[in-house]
Design a protein around this ligand. Structure first.
Ligand code: ADP
Length: 160
């Protein structure tokens, strides 16, 4: 199996809850190599580019009005409007990196994620906005990982 890369973000709720160490410890179970890491203050533009297709799937799920609202709140969540204005962005590399990290993270909905997974352990659904505050982002395919890494990192910030 080919080596691949994946983008991981410890989201603002993960940082404000001081979960960085715990999350990185859990991620180390995947036995991958960290090839990039930095703190980023997320602009609206970066959040929108990162979540390119999410708006349509939320509109499909919730309908036009509520879908748009959940999308806007998700952008604000990533920008830190509800927690702190930064994320820890990281690139991990190794065999099956995408799948291994998705497994450790658990499902998008923290209430459906296994209780021992990162999102199951530390995530919640915000009672007002209904946004899944799931403490971590991880790429869902090797193709998306490459698109996302190019958005978040300059070439020379990744050391392979
Ligand atoms: P993932 O983060 O697991 O790749 P998505 O790309 O579908 O999942 O969604 C991006 C983020 O948007 C999620 O991590 C979550 O914060 C938020 N989100 C997605 N779907 C929903 C939903 N149905 N309800 C509330 N928030 C959602």
């Amino acid at each position: 199996m080919k080596e691949e890369r994946t983008l991981i973000l410890i989201k603002p709720d993960g940082l404000v809850k001081s979960l960085t160490g715990n999350i990185i410890s859990m991620l180390s179970e995947a036995k991958l190599k960290i090839v990039g890491a930095k703190i980023v203050k997320v602009s609206k533009e970066l959040a929108e580019k990162h979540y390119g297709d999410l708006k349509n799937s939320l509109i499909k799920k919730f309908g036009e009005e509520k879908g748009k609202l959940v999308f806007e709140n998700t952008l604000e969540y990533l920008q830190g409007k509800f927690h702190t204005d930064r994320v820890l962005a990281m690139v991990y590399k190794g065999k099956d990196a995408v799948k291994k990290i998705r497994e450790l993270a658990g499902e998008t909905n923290p209430e459906k994620a296994p209780p021992t997974s990162i999102r199951g352990k530390y995530g919640r659904i915000h009672s007002e906005t209904k946004v899944f505050e799931n403490v971590i982002h991880c790429s869902d395919s090797p193709e998306n990982a490459e698109r996302e890494i190019a958005l978040w990192f300059k070439k020379d910030e990744v050391v392979e």
